[in-house]
Design a protein around this ligand. Structure first.
Ligand SMILES: NC(=O)c1ccc[n+]([C@@H]2O[C@H](COP(=O)([O-])OP(=O)(O)OC[C@H]3O[C@@H](n4cnc5c(N)ncnc54)[C@H](OP(=O)(O)O)[C@@H]3O)[C@@H](O)[C@H]2O)c1
Length: 503
């Protein structure tokens, strides 16, 4: 039976200092995750949550607000005793980078609280704020000496998005590394908190049967899909300056790609795993402008229907430019220049307002080399796919051909399915539990290192540049509630392939 983080050791005493404590992420995911850790007895015995807001909020108001959030977003029934134990650790702190003295005051306040709670000066600073506040806050923490490790540990958790392009990611890395060393930075990508995603490593490297065929000799191509049914909703301003490519590809889709495509690390430790992931991302071929346009599709949704709901045009959303060319759908064909993957295309697609919510990696194996069963109708034959999915169900599926019972040789495609929920009784989680727990025990294997972040941006930058230059030319539209723009099908059809059906 699995119950969240497998390592059952309690973290060191520490303070969990969260900036953006009044925000959505704190209420929706961070506090429910801390609650789940508390319920599993995986928080330190000496613990403090310092909830930082720019405007003064009393301790009682902060605790009430976090409790309301917990009631709304908890992934399991809330046990009042556990919730009260967690909320008793919460202290509200006021600090704003516009008022540097507030950070000096915060340092003194933290010192006092830590004396009382016995957290020994270990601090996790979680930046749950808009990205433009990451660096100013880190600079204030640096100026006031709060990032200095002096027989204690000090860690900085940085939320996504980490940069908006290659240049800004490089700058953010360089500036943060003036304040802390790499081992203190935890660049979070919540996809890595998902069990199925972590299981890709186990599937590949703890089993003898898959790795020998995990290469260009046996794999025809790989499809990575992260599709959403939801439209852009009320996030028009953020989304219109971001788009599907920036929002999803260098982080989430590349996490999946790097786990599927990386070389076996020499050890299961942060250095080896992160190096192997970084290497494969840097092996993604850099396309020319013409190749980038040819090997990509971008689309924007127009009014349609998803289930029972009517969805309007993307361009009609508040704070979206009326002539916006921001894509709500992106599909790319990438190639990886190394011995394992030469000639194996990786097709990536992600979009909003589509017919289904699905996250999967589909690995298509090559056809059997000799068509022995000539009389079989081709459409009866299954394509040999291995599908690793996290949405709508977490599991792994194999598609292969089998003989239909009877006196003649008739062949039919069948599926062999493993679903997590059939084997393991895991409590529903937010996906942040393992990540927060790992930050507290100092294990950064699931966090992105500077080189991987930059390699990810490097790989998408040619597409960003080419699309910007092309403007409206080449931007497709698709009806909300469909599988996306038709040209995405052509991207594969050109190579004699097709996407797995979404519906
Ligand atoms: N929400 C999610 O599901 C989710 C998921 C993954 C990643 N993220 C990332 O998490 C971060 C926070 O997102 P969110 O959805 O929680 O946003 P949000 O609801 O807008 O909350 C932002 C928080 O940051 C504070 N804040 C705003 N500007 C600030 C500044 N200049 N300095 C210090 N604090 C500032 C706000 O506090 P005030 O009360 O002081 O204004 C608020 O508490 C973003 O980087 C986002 O990309 C969010």
């Amino acid at each position: 039976m699995s119950e969240g983080p497998s390592k059952q050791k309690k973290p060191d005493p520490c303070s969990f200092v969260i900036f953006g404590a009044t925000g959505d992420l704190t209420h929706r995911l961070v506090i429910p995750a801390l609650y789940n850790l508390a319920a599993s007895n995986l928080l330190p015995d000496n613990f403090c949550v310092a909830a930082v807001a720019r405007k003064g909020v009393s301790g009682a108001d902060m605790r009430n607000s976090l409790m309301d959030g917990l009631r709304k977003f908890a992934t399991r029934p809330v046990d009042e005793e556990v919730a009260m134990r967690l909320l008793a650790c919460v202290t509200a702190i006021e600090a704003d980078v516009k008022d540097p003295a507030s950070f000096d005051a915060m340092r003194d306040q933290l010192d006092k609280v830590e004396d009382i709670r016995g957290t020994r000066g270990n601090r996790l600073f979680y930046l749950a704020t808009p990205p433009n506040a990451f660096l100013p806050i880190a600079r204030e923490l640096g100026r006031t000496g709060m990032l200095r490790e002096n027989g204690t540990w000090r860690r900085l958790v940085v939320e996504k998005p980490f940069g908006t392009d290659l240049a800004s990611a490089r700058t953010l890395n360089a500036e943060l590394l003036k304040l802390v060393t790499e081992h203190q930075i935890y660049r979070i990508d919540h996809y890595l908190g998902k069990e199925t995603v972590q299981n890709i490593l186990v599937l590949r490297f703890a089993n003898g049967m898959f790795e020998p065929i995990w290469n260009r000799n046996h794999i025809d191509h790989v499809q990575i899909t992260v599709d959403e049914k939801l439209g852009v909703g009320h996030r028009g301003s953020f989304y219109d300056s971001t788009g599907a490519l920036r929002d999803m590809v260098p982080n989430h889709l590349f996490q999946l790609l790097s786990l599927v495509a990386m070389e076996p690390p020499v050890k299961f430790d942060a250095h080896s795993v992160r190096s192997a992931k970084g290497e494969v991302l840097s092996a993604i071929q850099t396309p020319t402008e013409a190749e980038a346009l040819q090997n990509s599709v971008r689309g924007q949704y127009v009014a349609g229907r998803i289930g029972d709901a009517d969805i309007g045009d993307y361009r009609a959303i508040a704070e979206v430019q009326p002539n916006s060319t921001t894509e709500t759908y992106a599909a790319l064909k990438l190639t990886i220049d190394n011995w394992r993957w030469a000639g194996v295309p990786f097709y990536l697609r992600t979009g909003k307002a589509l017919c289904t919510k699905r996250t999967e990696i589909a690995i298509k194996f090559k056809q059997a080399p000799f068509a022995m069963f000539r009389d079989t109708q081709v459409d009866r034959l299954s394509q040999n796919f291995m599908i690793i999915s996290t949405e709508p169900t977490e599991g792994i599926e194999l598609q292969f051909n089998t003989k239909v019972p009877g006196p003649t040789i008739n062949i039919d495609g069948v599926e062999m399915k493993f679903r997590y929920k059939d084997y393991f009784k895991a409590e529903p989680s937010t996906g942040y539990e393992t990540l927060i727990y790992d930050c507290m025990i100092g294990d950064n294997i699931l966090f992105q290192r500077a080189d991987s972040v930059e390699a990810g941006w490097q790989a998408v930058q040619p597409f960003i540049d080419a699309w910007k230059k092309a403007g409206a030319a080449g931007l497709e539209t698709y009806k909300a509630g469909t599988e996306g723009p038709a040209r995405a099908d052509e991207l594969l059809a050109r190579d004699g392939r097709s996407w797995r059906k979404l519906g």
